[in-house]
Design a protein around this ligand. Sequence first.
Ligand code: RP5
Length: 164
Amino acid sequence: MSAPLVGIIMGSTSDWETMRHAAETLDALGVVHETRVVSAHRTPQRLYDYAMGAAARGLKVVIAGAGGAAHLPGMAAAMTHLPVLGVPVESKALKGMDSLLSIVQMPGGIPVGTLAIGKAGAINAGLLAAAILATSDAGLAERLQAWRAAQTESVALDPAAGVA
Ligand code: RP5
């Protein structure tokens, strides 16, 4: 098994139901990745160690998902020069608007590429991570194009198709 290229981190095990879609997307594209629970406020030392060591361990992209006061992606981005993709996890109180705004509104200087709230954002984070890696991996670029072609092929023309 080769070393992971993408690190998927999340603030809690409760984020897995959302973030597993990023992992499954990378699986479908054959991108080696790792998954970890890393909380900015509950396990700050774990976050420091993870982000500071990410590039040296060979990771190329970090996907960070969190909900509520979602400082995980921004804090991770502050401690690594790797691209960080943020996924706002849907929160109970504010339906993920809190997560979205706290991830997307990074002050100039430390970017977090922010995706949509929830499952769509997790899927797209996986696709975007793959697209970043594909700029220097021809095989992955082919797999990504094939994935997109299959998606196009799967879209019905008839809006009633599949309705019993
Ligand atoms: C955040 O708090 C996590 O990212 C999670 O989305 C949210 C709730 O965490 P739990 O209370 O479910 O562990 O840190």
